[in-house]
Design a protein around this ligand. Structure first.
Ligand code: ADP
Ligand code: MG
Length: 701
């Protein structure tokens, strides 16, 4: 085969005709040489150790045994017909047995030849044997039978039918590996390759398929994983840099009068250390005149709203307005009413804008926003609509940011020129390395501490059989003055059915908890916003003891006296949603409980979710399990953008490599912003090709 470009169509590969080429494309999406060489094994068979017949023991693993063929005989008749071959070395033998393909095997072996048999050892009448072993001549350990880890490739039924099972694929890939090809080789700067002692790309590719041992495999893997990670980190490093040079940020140098008097006189509790640290980090941004783009992560109940509010006060002290955007109407209302007393005490002015605010009320509101009369505007995405014109927007807070799209965030940013500082908050904890891969152009802050005095929520799993007992527990809690949520899942595809579940549930709850002893609220997505609001208020004020609802209450709602969260059909919820829901309780001083109700039988996946929740309250741990169950792309809602499906790198496991790549990219961008050094020449070409294809995912604005 002549020297070829890796973009060559697979039709031109030896062993691949038009038929196989079209199958490879339709079944596995493999079209070019490059695609195929990156079709990596999903596991390897260890052929590094070769045993002698007297060393083997029966077991589940497939192993290799080396010896001479000392005897070949056919046994039995009809369906019991079999071929028995003795493999002998050092006066000890094992038996190799075939029930099928007997003639073919007979022809390919002869007495006295030295072979390696590969298979699982079983024991029968004191004799060790291998059924249907793979055989290799010991003298012909060539490249394709070499003694390392052997690849096992993902294949499909259709491919297998046309000879491309794992073995067939491995032959094709071997063909590629053996032949010279040129393309994209070694674009990693020599200095980096040297510092890591990595093999060149060609060897790395070869060792991904045919590693000599697992250490070599892991080195090859690291090199190729680095390629994937590093390009992204370089994109981020450039973005962060251009961000800093293009946008000067509003300067919040004063902390008087509002910030300080709030902190000293109004704030009813001490900030947690984590809150203090994050406020310091924000302050650092705001006094340098550099634009802030910051992600605050903090588990449910960690007090992110307060941090947001104190950042808002910094803006106001320096003559700016603030916007606070929340994903749902209820949450916006909640923020508005929880901030209102503080705002009033400071003599500031706050307004709210959501979809349900009537036109008549909007007019004066718009006027106050435009004139600068209004200091803080809380709202849903209604606040990024065109008629909303700020006088001087200095900071924009986005709560539960994963609920908003990139476009919405970008629009918020454009509400002022120069753009406001951006603070996005999330309660879906993201492992640090994932955050770096996904929001690599953001600064990260973490609130990893809950306010003092919170008792960990006790979570248990119960089935329908235990319902009476659960109801009894609720009654007991209510008699102690507590309040209870009962939540039903509402899943979009089957909305009608679930809605019926909810209404049936509500009916039975009203039956089992009759008035006037019990007052019950209900909130669901089909209600008018003002009705929802009214019901929420009644519950928040303690006028009702039970809140029956769909997941509309999931985000942010804060009723400290509510101490029991019952989740019906809990198996229908995802892990992070369950964790969010549970976070609605445990906000006060009392012991809180979460009861997960499910049907009797659970799927494996459902079982893991329920068990995880019962075992831990740690949002990071839960997010990790969630990502293992669903994959990072799915969890972060970025599947379409393809940003997280690396071929080799694994965001959850390659933390060190990601951290290192980020640092390295940062240094390179600082040191040689145009990648002009000779060592960066190939990198520059690869990078410009890569960044052209790159969509601006994960960018806040
Ligand atoms: P989340 O991070 O989930 O948005 P919130 O901001 O809603 O959390 O805070 C949860 C509750 O904790 C609120 O009632 C808030 O007033 C209270 N809180 C916040 N910070 C502290 C603190 N440092 N000490 C005590 N309570 C706090
Ligand atoms: Mg919140």
């Amino acid at each position: 085969m002549p020297s070829t470009e890796m973009s060559t169509s697979l039709t031109y590969l030896k062993g691949v005709g038009p038929h196989r080429a079209s199958l490879l494309a339709s079944e596995l999406g493999l079209r070019t040489f490059n695609d195929l060489i990156q079709h990596f094994p999903f596991r390897y068979i260890d052929k590094t150790i070769i045993y002698k017949p007297n060393e083997v023991t029966p077991g589940p693993a497939e192993i290799q045994v080396r010896g001479f063929i000392s005897e070949i005989k056919s046994l039995g008749n009809g369906p019991k017909k079999r071929l028995s071959v003795m493999l002998t070395s050092d006066n000890s033998s094992i038996e190799l047995i075939w029930f099928k393909g007997i003639n073919w095997v007979r022809k390919s072996i002869k007495i006295g030849s030295e072979i390696i048999a590969f298979g699982r050892i079983s024991q029968f009448n004191d004799r060790f044997s291998i059924s249907h072993p793979e055989l290799e001549l010991a003298t012909s350990l060539k490249m394709n039978n070499f003694s390392g880890l052997h690849p096992v490739y993902p294949s499909t039924e259709k491919l297998t039918a046309s000879g491309l099972n794992s073995k067939g694929l491995s032959k094709l890939i071997l063909e590629l590996i053996k032949n010279p090809h040129r393309s994209r080789l070694d674009w990693i700067p020599e200095s980096i390759v040297k510092s890591k002692n990595w093999p060149n790309r060609k060897i790395a590719l070869k060792e991904m398929h045919y590693p000599k041992n697992s250490k070599r495999l892991s080195i090859a893997r690291d090199r190729l994983a680095f390629e994937e990670i590093f390009l992204d980190q370089l994109v981020f490093a450039f973005k962060r840099k251009s961000h800093l040079t293009q946008h000067s940020g509003h300067l919040f140098s004063k902390l008087e009068p509002n910030f300080n008097s709030f902190y000293k006189k109004i704030l009813p509790f001490n900030l947690t250390n984590a809150q203090k640290n994050v406020i310091k980090e924000i302050r650092k941004n705001a006094v340098t005149g550099l634009h802030m783009n910051r992600l605050i992560q903090g588990d449910v109940g960690s007090g992110k709203t307060l941090v947001a509010f104190m950042s808002i006060l910094m803006a106001i002290d320096n003559g700016y307005q603030a916007a606070f955007m929340a994903p749902t109407e209820i949450l916006a209302q909640q923020h508005h009413s929880s901030l209102e007393p503080w705002v009033k005490a400071l003599g500031l002015k706050i307004g709210i804008l959501t979809g349900s605010i009537k036109a008549a009320a909007r007019k004066p509101l718009f006027k106050d926003i435009a004139s600068g009369e209004l200091d803080i505007l809380v709202g849903t995405h209604a606040l990024i609509e065109d008629p909303v014109i700020f006088n001087n927007l200095g900071i924009a807070i986005i709560d539960e940011q994963h609920r908003f799209g990139v476009a919405q965030r970008a629009k918020l940013r454009k509400k002022n020129n120069p753009p406001p500082h951006i603070l996005v908050m999330t309660a879906t904890p993201i492992p640090r390395t994932l955050a770096m891969s996904l929001y690599g152009d953001l600064d990260l802050s973490i609130i990893d501490e809950l306010p003092p005095g919170r008792k960990p929520i006790k979570t248990v799993h119960r089935t329908d059989h235990n319902r009476l007992q659960v109801w009894g527990f609720i009654k007991n809690q209510i008699s102690k003055g507590r309040q209870v949520y009962i939540v039903y899942p509402l899943i979009e595809e089957s909305e009608k059915l679930d809605f019926k579940d909810l209404m049936d549930g509500y009916e039975s709850v009203t039956r089992d908890f009759p008035r006037p002893e019990y007052q019950i609220s209900i909130v669901h997505g089909r209600m008018k916003a003002e009705d929802k609001q009214w019901e929420m208020q009644r519950f928040a004020k303690g006028e009702t003891q039970i809140m029956v609802s769909t997941t509309v209450i999931e985000v942010g709602v804060d009723v400290a006296n509510a101490s029991v969260m019952i989740i019906e059909n809990a198996e229908k919820f995802g892990l992070s949603q369950l964790h969010q829901l549970r976070g609605r309780v445990g906000r006060g001083k009392e012991q809180s409980y979460c009861i997960l109700l499910t049907k009797d039988k659970l799927s494996d996946n459902g079982r893991v979710r329920i068990d995880t929740l019962c075992e831990t309250n740690d949002g990071f741990e839960i997010a990790n399990v969630d990502m293992q169950l669903r994959g990072p792309g799915e969890v972060m809602g970025t599947r379409q953008s393809g940003s997280l499906d690396y071929k080799i790198a694994n965001i959850l496991q390659d933390g060190e490599l990601i951290e290192w790549s980020r640092k390295l990219a940062e240094e390179i961008v600082l040191d040689d912003p145009h990648l002009e050094k000779p060592d960066y020449e190939k990198l520059r070409l690869r990078f410009s090709e890569y960044s052209r294809h790159k969509i601006a995912w994960g960018t806040v604005a």
